[in-house]
Design a protein. Sequence first.
Lengths: 232, 262
Amino acid sequence: MSELLVNEKEIVIPGEEVARGMDFLPSIGTFREGESIYAKNLGLLEVRKHVIKVIPLSGYYMPKRGDTVIGVVTNIGFSGWTIDIGAPYDVNLPVGEAVRGRLELLRTDLSRYFDIGDIIVADIYNVTKSKIIQLSMREHGLRKLKGGRIIKITPSKVPRLIGKSGSMVTMIKKYTNCEINVGQNGYIWINGPIEGQYLVEKAVDLIEKEAHLSGLTDKIKEMLEKEGVKNE
Amino acid sequence: MIVGETDFKKYVLGLSEKGKRIDGRGLLDYRQPIKIEYGISKNAEGSAAVTIGKTRVICGIKMEVGEPYPDRPDEGTMIVSAEFAALASPEFEPGAPGEKSIELARIVDRGIRESGAIDVKKLCIKEGEKVWLVFIDIYVQNHDGNLIDAAALAAMAALLNAKFPKLNDDGTVNYKEHTDTPLPIVKKPIACTITKIGDKLFVDANADEENVSDARITITSDENGVINAIQKGGEEGMTVDEIEKCAEIAVEKAQELRKYLG
């Protein structure tokens, strides 16, 4: 008989036995040994039907194929760029994935397209077994972001920042008059009026601190209503 | 590191127009809480830890018996050294002391030395032969800006906390036992650093603000409002008016910080 040993949304520690029995399936942040499932990270337990996940409380961004991320150009190579997306590995954006049409590598200065310090939105196109990560900008809407700056949030808290079908981020945008672009890697690009930026940072800080508690949307709304200037 | 640095600077300046900082305080406010813990090290003659916001600096006092300098036979000496622990910030590397840590030690040293905070004549045991050497060792445990003020405050707190170790009859020091005699501290100099970003002056800049700062000036003053030491850093210049304003702010803020020393 399978049983869950820890309640959902409770904090678990690495090595803690969270469930017993073969009816449960281990997902991100957990592993199976024998009959039992154990936690891999310090985090919150999440159970969806019979799939068990641990959402880590903090940590690095682990690149996953298909994620849309925000990155900063850190280096220009012969046939591509190195991008910082907050992952512990080298991340590469080849010219062919970023520029439409043909170009002569020997005669082109790649900084014409993206220069060091530029902020881009890109998809993770491939993650190899040896953790070489390739980005792609072929899809619609993937581009260089002009101006603005980046603030950061723990990657595991990104879903809370976006909210159910984007409700949280839409609300923050509405109250702050800022453009906000959230990457799955926890980099958030913001641009807009100074007071708005200040409020966005405050909201993100609050989410960072209280992501594991419920009623977050109402709390953020209250904070924004008190301090914000509503967009008429 | 903050990416999009130019835009971050615009943001900091934009907020300062309205008298606000990125963490919500006013331009001339120290972060809270400011905390001083005394006697954190058993083996030191005196020690203290200072926490300002997320910045944490500890300081220990060690004392040895040694020879005085030939030109000052009746005076004890003091030596300040600072070390940035590699775990304090991603910017710090282990190894030989860098430019920043040497500068930090010198600013703290100058404040204490030039104010005459320690009555060095009372550190003399036998003129020309034996005096007390006071070692002030500063360790940065966490770096979130304004290390200088935190270090100077920690050094002062540790000096006030220090007691002389017992001196044996044969002239060696018994570090296991301490006398009740505190060090001869006659003044309490406090450093206050003012950071200039654009044309605005900030007190107690955090690490993000320091990254986009144009200049900084550290002014150390004692309880009578006498300025003992000044150190200017950063690439940009400062006008005479600005420096006068800084001096006013620093003396006032130093009085505020001095209350924490008790």
